[in-house]
Design a protein around this ligand. Sequence first.
Ligand SMILES: C[S@@+](CC[C@H](N)C(=O)[O-])C[C@H]1O[C@@H](n2cnc3c(N)ncnc32)[C@H](O)[C@@H]1O
Length: 292
Amino acid sequence: MGEMSESKEGSFLSEKVRNIISSYGIREVHVYRSEKESWDIIWRWLWFTRKIWMAQYWKETEKALQPLFPILHSLNVNSILDSSCGLGFKTIMFAKRNYEVEGSDQSAVAIRYAPILAEEQDFKIKFFRSRFDELGRKCMRKYDCVYSDYFDELETYDNLKASAKGVYSVLNEGGKFIFCSPSPKLKKAALKELIEKEWRRRKKFIIKQPFEMNRLRVTHIETLDKTSEGILENHIFIIEKKGVIRAEIASIMNPRIKWTFKDYVNVLEKAGFSKVEFIEREKNEVFIIAMK
Ligand SMILES: C[S@@+](CC[C@H](N)C(=O)[O-])C[C@H]1O[C@@H](n2cnc3c(N)ncnc32)[C@H](O)[C@@H]1O
């Protein structure tokens, strides 16, 4: 990284990201390598800058949930665990629709801020920190439904298996686990084309309007890399305080397009789910509904 000092090895950073850092003349760069750390960094700075993006995100969340609400209604669900809740936008949307809802996420930072966001919206919602696979230990109750917008993006098959078991353990008898999957008609080889499509659709470089509060100024830049498993988002946060400028870089696969419908059915059956159904969400994508 030339003259830059990094707290961690930076050689895996793409040329694009290095160029951005150089163009700002930033010498102190912290690169977060694990997805777990990366989510914490992302939620930390997204929370700080929320005034500039939140209104739009509420609209996008409402839109994203539209196809799910009729499904929940038809399944006679009362209680829901939003099991990858992040800051809790969807959790709050469920509460607004009168579901008895709780939120969980592996990110400690997200779980710190989610109750504050809920309170700002006049809801008191329980949020707790848990990975999917730990739910049985971390969760004191059961639900009619576990929903996740991230289960389909887990990195390893072992983690998928352990996570399916964790979800199963917190469902009531007859409870449903709902998440998205590629359509059953898409075999492994077709996933490459899905990655290509997503790559063509996405903006490759986004620089958000800088946000300043209490003499701390944060600029969020997002660049994308295409990989064999999906789209790697690099979130570069340029942080300026008292004339000192530094950068924190967090990378996450979003979306990871690695698993077929059949892969999910296999892990769900192994976890003990008795029936796996699906409902079309959009072309090439379905909601999986796995029944305990
Ligand atoms: C796309 S974000 C969720 C966004 C949130 N649901 C929303 O609508 O704004 C994915 C979330 O999954 C969480 N996550 C990643 N791996 C996880 C795991 N194994 N168990 C539970 N949560 C996980 C991340 O911390 C992150 O908050």
